[in-house]
Design a protein around this ligand. Structure first.
Ligand code: ADP
Ligand code: MG
Length: 273
C-alpha cells in the first residue's frame, strides 16, 4: 500500500513567500487495488503530490511509503519509480523514441530488462492498449489519445503496481478521452493496478472508489463519489463543479422537490425522474 504521512512540500522558490506550501501536512493511505481520484482547483497541489509519489521530488518533511520503500531512499530511486510510475498530461512531452515499440520498451530497458522478456512485455503491453498494429509507427504521427495509450503501455511494460495519472485526458478529444478512461478502468478492475487519478473532469472522478479533494495543499474533502459530490456548495466554494446531473438534481432539491440521494450519472437521474 501507499502511506503518505504528514507530507509537506515547499518549492525552493517558495521560501521567500510567507509560509506558502505546495503540500501542507497531508496524510493519505491508499490500499493496493484501489482507484483513487484526486481533485482540486489549479495550484491546489495535485501535480506536486504526483511528482512526490513518483520520486521526482522529495518531501520537505513527512514521509511517503510505497510498500516497504521510503521515497527518500536515494539508492532505491529506480525501484520506487518502477513500482509507482506516472502518466502525464501532455503526451508529447513524454515521447522519446522514433517508433511506438521502442517507446514502450524505453522504461523496461532502463530497468535493464533484456530480451526475450523485454519483447514479451512490450508485445503484451501493446496488445493491452490495443496499439499492436501501430508498433512500427512514429509516435509523433499518432493522435493524442493514441499517444496516451502508448504512454500507458510503457508503464504497463514496467510492471508497475501503482500508476499515477496527472490529467491524462485534458488534451484529448472526446473519443481519445473515452478510450483512455476505459483503459484506466480496465487496468484497475482486470489487472488489479492501483490507480491514483488526477483529473478535473467530474464525470471521470465518479468512476473512482474514493475521491480526495485538495485545497491549498490540504485535504478538503474525502469519501466515495456520492459522499463528495453531494457537498455541492462546498465543492463550489473550493472552485470546483460537480457532475452536471448532480447539480441539476441539487437545484431541484433546493427548489423543494423530493429527490433523495443525489444522482451521479444520467441513468440514476432518469430513475429518479
Ligand atoms: P495543481 O497540479 O493542483 O494545479 P501544483 O502541484 O502544480 O498544483 O502546484 C501547487 C503549488 O505549487 C502552486 O502554488 C504552484 O504555483 C506551486 N508550484 C508548482 N510548481 C512549482 C515550481 N516548479 N516552482 C515553484 N512553485 C511551484
Ligand atoms: Mg497539475
Amino acid at each position: 500500500m501507499i502511506k503518505i504521512e504528514n507530507l509537506t512540500y515547499v518549492y525552493p522558490s517558495m521560501d521567500d513567500e510567507d509560509g506558502k506550501k505546495a503540500l501542507d501536512n497531508l496524510s493519505i493511505d491508499i490500499n493496493k487495488g484501489e482507484f483513487v481520484a484526486i481533485l482540486g482547483h489549479n495550484g491546489s497541489g495535485k501535480s506536486t503530490l504526483g511528482k512526490l509519489l513518483n520520486a521526482q521530488i522529495f518531501p520537505s518533511s513527512g514521509d511517503i511509503w510505497i510498500d516497504d520503500l521510503n521515497s527518500k531512499e536515494e539508492e532505491k530511486l529506480w525501484d520506487i519509480r518502477k513500482k509507482c510510475s506516472m502518466v502525464f498530461q501532455n503526451p508529447d512531452n513524454q515521447m522519446v523514441a522514433t517508433s511506438v515499440e521502442e517507446e514502450v520498451a524505453f522504461g523496461p530497458e532502463n530497468l535493464r530488462v533484456e530480451n526475450p522478456e523485454l519483447r514479451d512485455r512490450v508485445d503484451a503491453a501493446l496488445k493491452l492498449v490495443n496499439m499492436t498494429d501501430y508498433k512500427d509507427r512514429n509516435p509523433s504521427n499518432l493522435s493524442g489519445g493514441q499517444k496516451q495509450r502508448v504512454s500507458i503501455a510503457g508503464v504497463v511494460a514496467m510492471l508497475s503496481d501503482y500508476i499515477i495519472f496527472d490529467e491524462p485526458t485534458a488534451m484529448l478529444d472526446p473519443k481519445g478521452r473515452k478510450d483512455v478512461i476505459k483503459l484506466v478502468e480496465e487496468l484497475n478492475k482486470k489487472y488489479k493496478k492501483t490507480i491514483i487519478y488526477i483529473t478535473h473532469y467530474m464525470e471521470e472522478a465518479v468512476l473512482a472508489d474514493r475521491v480526495i479533494v485538495l485545497d491549498k495543499g490540504k485535504k478538503a474533502l474525502e469519501g466515495n463519489a456520492r459522499e463528495v459530490f453531494s457537498n455541492v456548495t462546498k465543492m463550489k466554494e473550493l472552485g470546483l463543479s460537480v457532475p452536471q446531473v448532480t447539480e441539476l438534481a441539487y437545484e431541484l432539491k433546493e427548489a423543494g422537490i423530493n429527490i433523495g440521494d443525489l444522482p451521479l450519472n444520467i441513468e440514476e437521474f432518469l430513475e429518479i425522474l
